[in-house]
Design a protein around this ligand. Sequence first.
Ligand code: PRP
Length: 184
Amino acid sequence: MSLYDDVARILIPEDVLQPRVRSLAEEINQVFTDQDFPLLVCILKGAFVFLADLTRHLTFRHEVDFMVISSYGSGTVSSGVVRILLDLERSIEGRHVLIVEDIVDTGRTLDYITRNLRTRHPASLRICTLLNKPSRREIDVPLHFVGFDIPDEFVIGYGLDFAEAYRNLPFIGVLKPEAIARER
Ligand code: PRP
């Protein structure tokens, strides 16, 4: 029994995912310069795999920092409650900031984060998300770089979890219902 046996199907295989991460990086490379020295804000935990791949395709000088945000608990549906568990190390006043997310679902998490970061007066604030579920949106947030629009399915892999597992899968997949039921 392996964690791969819990995957019902692969939504985005690795050989589609990786070229898209590279082309997203190329889009971002058009926007920032070395002089901008932007700060990439990785929203943990889910975005750590995406950030690690993305950052290695970026050609301009940049810094990375991390925020730990929790909104889902261990379930598959957003609780709508957003908490900052770990904040940025330093001030972002006057800095160009790029938020790096794994997925935008209801938009509540990013709405909270962008409103929070704007109060800190960055020079600019942009959002990059690997995955976007437009059909689930409750709050409109401007997304500047989007890897894939996906249907309303609970996805795991490439940083995304179910009950903290499956983040290490190298593709985006859909879980079998029995794997979800086991945790309930
Ligand atoms: C996920 C994801 C986003 C958020 C999106 O985080 O990483 O931050 O949910 O959902 P929303 O648009 O409905 O707010 P999660 O709370 O699962 O934490 P994790 O990244 O630590 O897995």
